[in-house]
Design a protein around this ligand. Structure first.
Ligand SMILES: [Zn+2]
Length: 473
């Protein structure tokens, strides 16, 4: 927290620099005329509280003549129109610890009376808004950065969460602390200690989770974006992560492009249009799919399995893959993303990146007279642990990790791999797919066919992060 003459600036960055792609949102009811002009009667009603808009009470506001006021009022009108039909009963985890009242614009109005342009020097990074806590001169004032004015209409939902977050600061300070874990580790004022302090990040999460799960007339892609953001904040903006009722479920990709979740008894189809290939989970931010068909480009999916635009800033492998000439794409066998370790696998080499606190170390492990086939996860995928294994055509297999000193390591096992070609431990089940695409489960020391899944030909298995509050709506 920065102290400035007895007052503190509580700025809010939309996403940390390290956060990979979050889906771009689009909304239904925000489109139409409001994207161009806001009608006088809506402006008039808001100007009763936010006096700064009084001069537009008769005329309304259009984006071409008054882009700044249009943007601010569009955000406020969206806050007025947002309806979330969340059950009154708490979910039992920290995603529904309610701070926000039913009417979100009322919450903003409790402490904010004026929206003011920020000082440029305070708008570093991805900060879009901030408040200054302390001093009577700062009461009721919220500052917006150029990034907020310049951003797209479809980002409004995410930005609503930011303005509600800032409102929480004005309501009672709720200062942030230095992050002691996760992607923001060491970031001063980038985290809340825990959800128990009921601070501003809990408001961010509450707004995004409710929009995703219970927002009315919310476009599916906006639901997805809000879901992804809520989980991203839960993952990285708390020193003691919030309690979330979540469960890993097996996620299977079939040869014919179906992406399915294995429930207790059956498969639930989530998509039928995903190219067959290998996949990689991007921490809690979704999945990348790298097609076997070398003429097809790699794609990204959100955590809830919607197609999203691969982000150029996310250090992902999708752009690199797509930049490779098609004839070389067939050489690529796997990718792994983790908090401290990334892996890029080709038939004749594995490239391991270990991200230390100060520097990133890259090391190649070539393979001659044999070929790497794919990555396997007999101990499961955990974004926070540097842990993966690689399998070779000969049956040899090796563990890959980053040492405590941040050095890439590859250790061959002395005996050959005896399981199926692809393996993923999901929750307490170790599952695998053999070369024919059949699903197996390791029971004791034996691999047995999974009886509830018949007539399927799978090409990939990963884990799906199933969140009761968000997925069981
Ligand atoms: Zn804050």
């Amino acid at each position: 927290m920065t102290l400035q003459s007895a007052s503190s600036v509580l700025a809010f960055a939309l996403f940390s620099v390290s956060a990979p792609v979050v889906a771009k949102a689009q909304t239904n009811f925000l489109d139409g005329n409001y994207a161009q002009c806001l009608p006088a009667e809506r402006v008039k009603s808001l100007a009763k509280h936010f006096k700064q808009f009084g001069k537009f009470s008769k005329s309304g506001v259009c984006v071409d003549k008054n882009p700044v006021e249009h943007r601010l009022l569009h955000m406020l009108i969206t806050l007025e129109d947002v309806r979330v039909n969340a059950p009154a009963q708490p979910s039992g985890d920290d995603l529904s610890l309610p701070i926000l009242p039913a009417n979100w614009i009322d919450y903003l109005k409790t402490t904010v009376r004026e929206l003011l342009p920020a000082k440029a020097s305070s708008c570093y990074g991805s900060t879009i808004a901030y408040v200054i806590v302390g001093g009577t001169n700062n009461l009721g004032k919220m500052y917006y950065c150029p990034k907020f004015i310049d951003s797209k209409t479809e980002d409004l939902f995410e930005q609503i969460a930011v303005f509600l977050h800032e409102t929480r600061h004005l309501e009672g300070d709720y200062p942030h602390v230095t992050c002691t874990q996760g992607p923001r580790k060491g970031n001063e004022g980038g985290c809340d200690e825990s959800s128990a302090v009921k601070g501003a990040y809990l408001v961010t999460i509450e707004a995004l989770a409710k929009l995703s799960a219970f927002g009315e007339n919310v476009h599916p892609s906006a639901r997805e974006a809000s879901r992804a953001s809520a989980l991203a904040y839960a993952f990285e903006a708390f020193n003691k992560p919030p309690k979330i009722d979540r469960m890993e479920k097996p996620l299977l990709l079939s040869k014919s492009g179906e992406l399915q979740i294995l429930g207790k008894k059956d498969l639930v189809t989530k998509r039928e249009d995903v190219p067959a290939g290998f996949m990689a989970r991007r921490l809690t931010y979704g999945y990348d799919v790298f097609p076997n068909d070398t003429a097809t480009k790699a794609i990204s999916l959100s955590p809830g399995l919607s197609f999203v635009q691969p982000d150029d800033d996310d250090n992902g492998f999708v752009s690199s893959f797509n930049d490779w000439p098609a004839k070389f794409r067939g050489e690529i066998r796997g990718a792994h993303y983790g908090e401290e370790m990334d892996i890029w696998l080709e038939a004749n080499r594995v490239v391991v990146y270990c991200r230390g606190e100060k520097e990133s170390v890259r090391k190649e492990f070539p393979l001659n007279k044999d070929m790497y086939t794919n990555l396997i996860y007999p101990e499961g995928y955990d974004p926070l642990k540097s842990r993966a294994a690689v399998l070779a055509k000969s049956g040899k297999w090796a563990d890959i990790r980053c040492s405590s000193a941040g050095q890439p390591e590859l250790d061959w096992h002395s005996s050959a791999w005896k399981g199926p070609a692809r393996v993923m431990k999901v929750a307490d089940r170790v599952l695998g797919i053999d070369k024919d695409g059949k699903l197996f489960e390791k029971l004791g020391s034996k691999w047995k066919p999974v009886s509830e899944v018949k007539d399927h030909s799978f090409v990939e298995i990963l884990s799906y992060d199933w969140i009761r509050y968000l997925d069981e709506r």
